[in-house]
Design a protein around this ligand. Structure first.
Ligand SMILES: Cc1ncc(COP(=O)(O)O)c(C=O)c1O
Length: 498
């Protein structure tokens, strides 16, 4: 129990139940001093009065305390270990938040004249060129608002390229069986059909790839969408060969760059043959994300695809000033209002600029080292199908465990993850990319002490399953809410004031 006590001390997740603010109502207490009325008093029209007749009365400090207590009950990257695989929940340096909130950025109007927003355009131009260099590709568009939007936009670009080259019949996109759900969804949104390519041990099955090309017909294929490192946390060492196979078929290689956190400064997608890719800047280059936003998914493409990129494109004129090019003959057009997710791109610029080339390399090396460190410490108790260091099988920035031995003792995967909540750890991604798996991504921003504490938690849970299984089956025992009906919560939410 020693570990539990230590972890509980560090965790902010466990607080006593808080009454509703309505239950705390104190008659005749006013929490705000309004200035004396200096206009004629008039009745609020009934249609504007709203439905809530009994707002609670409360002192100002008590209101602050109430909502601070509630916010303390959130699980967050700031307060907890958050190893949510494939989501890169890394620390977001506060200086990036400060930069994004500077009035000169935050208060810009999207319709301002270009000569009044030269600083903002310069930031976008520099972000664009830095992302081009990191990708090893010719040109970046900052327009897409998320990773999935980047996939959609890049596929549109690829299809426009083929249409322009008399190959409109290329409407099939290949995707690995471990692909993120957004990959096939983006293809469908783009009017392309999807053919699945098998993976073996987390790597693309090259023979199956060739078979699929043969059966679909090379002339019908637009691209292969591949995630590298894959969603199983493995770098596909055959990537160059895969690119060659696709190019021989006359098709393009699209890299889902959501996992660039493992490649930064070490490998450039353009060098291994990618024709197009997207970044998830909110993951790789920091931005508090989750719960649906905010994000940004710039795409990078080769020179031959560049004419089809969306508009506007941020450009530098010969005199060093910056402007938005809205007039590209072959562009696919607009995919978003105005100039992209500006606030997220400020954070991206700040992150890359602060790290510099060596720092970015350090990011990916540490992210990969951290994942391998945890995997090596846990693999004796938590089976790992793709991790076998003695035979040279390491992971990239995340790893997958299928803890079958523990499940066979009578617990479910959800029991294990609920017990993790008791120890102040956010449950990892579950059941994806394979059934009954946990996908753990520690990121580079966790200290060795935090990694060791997580390892202790996982070993403790494994011990509990052998000796005190009820603790795991009944978990969480320490949180405000035990096991919510997650399906009902998603499908029939009951929204209430707190
Ligand atoms: C591998 C992969 N591809 C695509 C996406 C989609 O990115 P977004 O959520 O920004 O749309 C994600 C998101 O986590 C991902 O992990």
């Amino acid at each position: 129990m020693k570990i539990l006590e230590v972890v509980k001390k560090q965790s902010r997740g466990c607080k006593p139940t808080e009454p509703l603010i309505f239950e705390k109502h104190v008659e005749h207490v006013v929490g705000v001093d309004l200035p004396p009325l200096d206009v004629q008093e008039t009745k609020v029209p009934s249609g504007l009065a709203g439905g809530c007749k009994t707002l609670p009365s409360f002192g100002q400090h008590d209101v602050m305390a109430h909502y601070t207590h509630l916010s303390d009950r959130n699980f967050s990257v700031d307060g907890n270990f958050y190893p949510l695989g494939s989501c890169t929940m890394k620390h977001n340096p506060r200086v990036n938040e400060w930069g994004a909130a500077l009035p000169g950025f935050a208060c810009l109007h999207p319709l301002q004249d270009e000569d009044t927003i030269q600083g903002a355009l310069r930031l976008l131009y520099e972000t664009r060129t830095m992302l081009e260099e990191i990708a090893g590709l010719h040109e970046v568009s900052l327009q897409p608002a998320a990773g999935a939007h980047g996939e959609f936009t890049a596929l549109k670009v690829i299809r426009a390229y083929f249409a322009d080259h008399g190959q409109s019949e290329r409407t099939v996109v290949l995707a690995a069986d471990t692909a993120h759900g957004t990959n096939p969804a983006s293809c469908t949104m783009c009017g392309a059909s999807v053919q699945t390519v098998k993976t073996v041990d987390g790597q693309t099955d090259l023979e199956h790839l060739k078979e699929v090309i043969e059966s679909v017909g090379a002339e019908n294929i637009a691209a292969f969408m591949i995630t590298n490192p894959s969603t199983a946390g493995l770098f596909d060492a055959n990537i160059k060969e895969i690119a060659d196979i696709m190019h021989e078929a006359g098709a393009k290689l699209y890299l889902d760059g959501a996992n660039m956190n493992a490649l930064l400064g070490r490998v450039r997608p353009g060098d291994f043959g990618a024709d197009a890719m997207h970044y998830n800047t909110h993951k790789t280059f920091s931005t508090p994300h989750g719960g649906g936003g905010p994000g940004s998914g710039p795409i990078a493409v080769t020179e031959e695809l560049a004419p089809y990129l969306p508009v506007p494109q941020v450009m530098m004129a010969d005199d060093g000033s910056f402007y938005l090019d809205r007039d590209r003959e072959k562009t696919i057009g607009k995919v978003r209002s105005f100039i992209g997710q500006f606030g997220v791109l400020v954070r991206c610029w700040a992150y890359i600029s602060a790290c510099g080339p060596n720092g970015l390399r350090n990011v990916s090396e540490t992210a990969v080292l951290n994942a391998n460190y945890i995997a090596a410490k846990l693999c004796g108790r938590y089976s790992m199908p793709f991790f076998d260091p003695k035979n040279g099988k390491f992971c990239a920035h995340e790893f997958v465990t299928v803890p079958q031995d523990l499940l066979d003792k009578g617990v479910t995967l959800i029991d294990i993850t609920k017990r993790m909540i008791d120890y102040g750890v956010h449950p990892p991604t579950m059941h994806w990319p394979i059934h009954d798996c946990l996908m753990v991504e520690p990121t580079e921003t966790e200290s060795k002490a935090a990694l060791d504490s997580f390892i202790d938690v996982m070993l403790q849970i494994a011990d509990e399953i052998s000796s005190e299984i009820e603790l795991v089956i009944k978990a969480p025992l320490e949180s405000d809410i035990a096991r919510a009906d997650e399906v009902a919560a998603a499908r029939k939410p009951i929204i209430a004031f707190k």
